[in-house]
Ligand binder design. Sequence first.
Ligand SMILES: Nc1ncnc2c1ncn2[C@@H]1O[C@H](COP(=O)(O)OP(=O)(O)O)[C@@H](O)[C@H]1O
Ligand SMILES: O=P(O)(O)OC[C@H](O)CO
Length: 489
Amino acid sequence: MSKYILSLDQGTTSSRAILFNHKGQIEAIAQKEFEQIFPKPGWVEHNAMEIWSSQRGVVAEAKAKLHIENSDIAAIGITNQRETTIVWDRASGKPIYNAIVWQDRRTSKTCDQLKEAGYTDKVKSKTGLVIDAYFSGTKIKWILDNVEGARKKAEAGELAFGTVDSWLIWNLTKGKLHITDVTNASRTMLYNIHDLDWDNELLTLLDIPKSMLPEVRSCSEVYGVSSWGIPIAGIAGDQQAGLFGQMALELGMVKSTYGTGCFIVANTGSTPVSSKNNLLTTIAWQINGETTYALEGSIFIGGAVVQWLRDGLDLVRESREIEKLANSVEDNGGIFLVPAFAGLGAPHWDQYARGIIVGITRGTSKGHIARAALEAICYQTKDVMNAMQGDSKIAIKELRVDGGASVNNTLMQFQSDILNIDVVRPKVYETTALGAAYLAGLAVKFWKLEDLKNQWQEDQKFKPKMESEDREELYSRWSKAVERSKDWL
Ligand SMILES: Nc1ncnc2c1ncn2[C@@H]1O[C@H](COP(=O)(O)OP(=O)(O)O)[C@@H](O)[C@H]1O
Ligand SMILES: O=P(O)(O)OC[C@H](O)CO
């Protein structure tokens, strides 16, 4: 009998392959960072071929670590950075342009035009989304409008669009499967989350031929077999996979993933909840024909602020050194850093906000900047949690956390302090990959749902320790700083 489930976790900064055993424990992991391309201010691209080659490379590496054959793997689950848009030529299988990454702001003007033309409510009621350059729809339009010959080829049915899951599956099956899942589809601004189908009116509005789009499938089923002979049986966007991996199966359970961005997602059950506070309504998963919905607050810059201090300012050599630097000072010294490098996401949705550091004096040190950067991740999370609490009738009692930056104890303690709720980190904090593995494992009967519920284990619980006066003072100054970062461009 096969012993492992292979999870492909294609993130914004790296591709990861993880082999999970029957207990849901990590047996082998391989990871490769790849190039971030910034052709102009506000533009972010990836080389789609590098996405695929890095992903293939880490699979080989993870397998080699355990000396296993493909036949030892029961199924592949796929999870991915969402919204990132790839358009390729069906005949050659080659992308016609770099992948336009979710953080890319080049279509902000197109979004403004849609808003000015009065489409905000229509887009929200059909897709659950706000109109923003974040989502795939306007990125596809940009490629069709700007890459020579693209529109003609698209109209002739020669081009395919996919989010990263589709692109990986196309390559894994050598062009046999052009599919996506409901969670990734729900991030395109082209998918009707109530009808569970591509929306013809939105496709016409953005002038996107339907023939380019992948077939939309559930999150857990055998879709086909990869050219390695392993069934592909699970797909979910990384934040939804994270919610599943955290076993947040009950209504009102909330998780936050601290990766490049920071994504707070709450399970709202079988009914889509329309947010009054600028959160997104999205699909959490679809299993055995049942659709579960979620409310999401998407923060564009989370761990990436640490990456910027590392790569942009040379303040640290490795991301994990930020914790020591932040602890070299007693407090933030009055410094507030708003990392609106790609505008502000939820709940502010300001495409033209840009990053600021305020409160600088002659006494400001590197430590204060490091501390302000970590605190900023937590204040942004509070902005979203406040909005979420406003939309939900259920009191949120704890936040389950995961992702690369959740290993930082200083960050997690401050998060608990500023939210004034428990922050709980599980033993397996690679919950995104775990969620995709679970979805695949359920489809091939490697696991039963009941087994999975018992696998989630707490690693550490962070309890609030801050005085409420301090909390209020810090948060009110943060809110002031956010206002100053808005509407800059
Ligand atoms: N100890 C740490 N403290 C704070 N941030 C960290 C730490 N370790 C990693 N990070 C940040 O976490 C992010 C990587 O997390 P990961 O979950 O791998 O991201 P992604 O899936 O978006 O590629 C990077 O932005 C990195 O700067
Ligand atoms: O790559 P991550 O983990 O930062 O996730 C990116 C999100 O899916 C973007 O919506």
